[in-house]
Write a protein that binds this ligand. Structure first.
Ligand code: LLP
Length: 431
């Protein structure tokens, strides 16, 4: 992975030294290089635009939702995917245009659906029969219309490199294509005069490094659309192929360039629409990780160092599974560097431990680093997606701050949580 390093051998992020950021804001600290976020967003948008394909690139805000990132997403012309009242609230606070917000969720509450309808969001991705019932009632009560997509499970599960084809899709999300569920849902929404069915949606998984899974899914959805056109004279305007575009966490990860994913989707959809004589639908995608993942770096300060001769050296940092639960939850792998010793040669392998009272709180096993000393600052790379988003207060650690850096300027965009804020919700027990 390529990192910017200055003449003093210091890690630079967006032309600011990581050490300076750590000194200024304290650690642990999430730092985003905003230019990288913009580049990723532009790569998707540009590819659709250059190929003259109407598209919406919706940022999946579950990867990292905060007012500032949603403002950047909007500046770059992205739409937005939200999955909860909280994510929708954040989008509204950020002033995100409501017409470009899409709502997901396998168990949307009445409140969430009401809020979506009241604000007139762009589209609801309908997931199940109960939701159709709730939404129908809300639209009737509020005397409003709503555009929807039906989420279907195409029976393709992506495991980064492999795809598993399952006849009967075993998933909590969406309508099954093979058992007739999707068709029943189609009938129900088509029946409701306030619901306008834009088309179909699927999401086959995350951290995908190849295009073949997306192509397979596109073919499955298209077959269904073609059938519905022949039988019901229904023509979809939109095909939403979800997110899941892979990023680089370590050298072993070799994702495609983002425009290659977009180009493959365009090719497949164009080919199928020509083959079936079907009007070319708009292509919608929902990247989360691919937009923010590689742009984020977490900076920690190193505290205790425990050397077990001939076994291992544990180096503990001032964060861990509270700011990045992915290693503990998914055995996710990361790379790291000492921010002030970027030009020094590696001395040996260290294992990076978090400070939670839990043996599983290990951020990285066996990473080669220059000689580590107390007080060194450690950068862990590619932490921009599902890091802050899944942060928690285990052991009552504060949620870390988030800083945006762009063109040599830095700005705090999420404050570090205070202990007063942490106990603000606690009430004393009056017996
Ligand atoms: N669209 C839908 C319907 C999704 O369920 C997801 C992710 C996305 C888009 C965005 O996927 P992305 O482009 O970010 O891969 N916490 C896990 C990831 C869970 C993803 C869930 N859905 C992690 O840290 O890896």
């Amino acid at each position: 992975m390529n990192h910017e390093v200055n003449e003093q051998g210091q890690l630079m992020i967006g032309q600011v030294s990581a050490k300076e950021l750590a000194d200024h804001y304290g650690t642990p600290l999430y730092v985003y290089d905003v230019e990288k976020i913009r580049e990723k967003a532009r790569a998707f948008v540009r590819t659709f635009h250059e190929n003259d394909v109407p598209a919406q690139v919706a940022y999946a805000s579950k990867a990292f939702s905060s007012v500032a990132i949603l403002q950047v997403a909007h500046q770059e012309g992205l739409s937005l995917d939200v999955v909860s009242e909280g994510e929708l609230h954040t989008a509204l606070e950020a002033g995100f245009p409501v017409g470009k917000i899409h709502m997901h969720g396998n168990n949307k509450s009445v409140r969430e659906l009401e809020m979506a309808v009241e604000h007139g969001i762009g589209c609801i991705v309908v997931d199940n029969f109960y939701e159709i019932e709730l939404l129908s009632n809300i639209l009737d009560d509020q005397d409003r219309d709503m555009d929807v997509l039906l989420r279907v499970t195409p029976g393709i599960e992506a495991h980064t490199h492999d795809y598993i084809l399952t006849g009967q899709e075993d998933s909590k999300f969406g309508f099954d294509l093979t058992s007739g569920q999707a068709e029943e849902a189609f009938m129900k929404v088509e029946d409701h005069k306030r619901i306008r069915l834009l088309g179909l949606h699927c999401h086959i998984g995350s951290q995908i490094f190849e295009t073949s899974g997306f192509e397979m899914a596109t073919r499955k959805l298209f077959t269904t659309l073609k059938e519905w056109k022949d039988r019901f004279e229904y023509t979809a305007d939109v095909l939403n192929l979800g997110g899941g575009f892979g990023i680089q966490y370590t050298k072993e990860d070799q994702p495609l360039d983002l425009d290659q994913y977009a180009y493959a989707l365009i090719g497949e959809v164009k080919g199928l629409s020509e083959h079936y004589g079907y009007p070319m639908p708009e292509i919608w995608i929902e990247p989360g990780r691919a937009i923010v993942g590689e742009a984020g770096t977490t900076i920690y300060t190193i505290g205790s160092i425990k050397d077990i001769p001939d076994v291992r050296t544990y180096v503990s940092v001032d964060g861990g599974m509270t700011d990045n639960i992915r290693p503990a939850l998914y055995q996710a792998k990361y790379e790291a560097a000492l921010v002030d010793k970027m030009n020094e040669s590696e001395e040996k392998e260290y294992s990076i431990a978090g400070k939670c009272c839990e043996s599983g709180d290990m951020l990285i096993w066996d990473v080669a680093l220059p000689k580590v000393e107390h007080g060194d600052r450690l950068a862990v790379f590619s932490t921009g997606a599902y890091g802050y988003a899944m942060a928690n207060n285990y052991n009552r650690f504060q949620k870390a701050a988030v800083v945006f850096v762009e063109n040599g300027l830095h700005q705090l965009v999420v404050r570090r949580e205070s202990y007063q804020e942490m106990t603000r919700l606690d009430l004393s027990y009056e017996k």
